[in-house]
Write a protein that binds this ligand. Structure first.
Ligand code: TRP
Ligand code: SF4
Length: 346
């Protein structure tokens, strides 16, 4: 049987080059080998953006367009919005009965995020439950492979512990999910720090060429290269980090040599990068425009995705509820119906 992959992103803004090299490039590849579920986790976004929910709402179509633009394929993958599949909330509630509070309180991202985002009140029930909701996202589809960044490992560990606890208490329903970590090259933003929306240093997948150049031109370089005649060191230059991800090998080698002997200036170097980035972004943006012109089809992707997801989610939730003893195996509840094949569906 083909294994399932599930991953999600919070709709809190458009996606940038960091999202591409940190996640999307892998997501696209995984489609060749696995049954993939990609979910726009609006409830997760709300745990921190509940005071400005319009951001979440507006970001959903943006994220969807970015996904489709890079090649997440609705013919092969199930693409959907978390809140469109109410089973996520129901399983989260069921799991909340068995998760000991200290398991949630000791998740490192919990304290870190609260300290980092002091301007937001994250002393909420929802925020504490963030990784438990993530557990529900994953195990609702019995996904065994979860491509995530390193920062998410504690959440995967919690998911595994919850699965063990559930299976121990009620019988074997869920498989333990595995994180799939792929080494991610450094993608710095224009100020040299990690590319991130909150640092205002990001180059977005949807930035038109003029905007990309406006961002690249003043980008931080090796601080030792003050004058054009000063030799530089690409190893400490964030522009070179971007070359390593987005330029072909001959260009990388050329910059590596010419920078060190001041054979090129930083503007020359950035122009080479700009040319390569433009070539990378062009087909992505063309595909984005295609989808933008078909708003109805765009919503159709989400409808179809939610339907496919729900069929599976409903079945798993029933299994879990049956294991706990909330329902009996062949009971059909008021909001359910029997499908043609005799199963019970939403
Ligand atoms: N917490 C993840 C992040 O911030 C997003 C997420 C929500 C997720 N549910 C998920 C990732 C399920 C993988 C699987 O990146
Ligand atoms: Fe960085 Fe390129 Fe300038 Fe060298 S030439 S310091 S790699 S921008």
């Amino acid at each position: 049987m083909v294994q399932r992959v599930l991953s999600g992103m919070r709709p809190t803004g458009k996606l940038h080059l960091g999202h591409w090299s940190g996640a999307l490039v892998n997501w696209v590849r995984l489609q060749d080998q696995y049954e993939c579920f990609y979910v726009i986790v609006d409830y997760h976004a709300l745990t921190s953006e509940y005071e400005t929910p319009q951001v979440v709402r507006e970001s959903i179509p943006e994220i969807l367009l970015d996904w489709l633009a890079v090649g997440i394929d609705p013919e092969r993958s199930v693409i959907f919005v978390q809140s469109h599949v109410p089973e996520h909330a129901e399983l989260h509630l069921l799991l909340s009965m068995i998760v000991p509070l200290p398991w949630l309180e000791r998740v490192p991202t919990y304290k870190e995020m609260k300290q980092q985002l002091v301007e937001k009140n994250l002393d909420t029930y929802g925020f504490l439950g963030y990784p438990l909701l993530q557990t529900a996202d994953i195990i609702l589809y019995k996904a065994e492979i979860v491509p995530v960044g390193e920062d998410q490992l504690p959440h995967l560990e919690l998911a595994r512990e919850i699965v063990r606890r559930f299976n121990h208490l009620y019988g074997p329903v869920f498989p333990e999910p595995q994180a799939l970590l792929t080494p991610v090259p450094r993608v710095p933003g224009t100020d040299g720090r990690k590319m991130s929306k909150s640092f205002h240093n990001a180059i977005y997948l949807s930035d038109p060429p003029a905007v990309v150049w406006e961002k690249l031109r003043p980008m931080v370089t090796d601080p030792a290269r003050v004058r054009r005649t000063d030799p530089g060191n690409p190893d400490v230059c964030p522009v070179f980090d971007l070359h390593k991800v987005f330029s072909p090998q001959p260009d990388i080698d050329f910059v590596n040599v010419e920078c060190r002997r001041a054979g090129i200036g930083c503007i020359d170097c950035k122009q080479i990068l700009f040319k390569n980035l433009s070539g990378f972004l062009e087909p992505i943006q063309a595909r984005r425009r295609d989808w933008e012109a078909r708003r109805d089809d765009l919503m159709g992707v989400l409808h179809e995705g939610a339907q496919k997801a729900r069929a599976i989610a409903h079945e798993t939730l029933r299994e879990a509820q049956t294991a706990v003893g909330l329902i009996t195996p062949d009971e059909v509840r008021p909001r359910e119906k029997r499908t043609e094949d005799g199963k019970v569906g939403p």
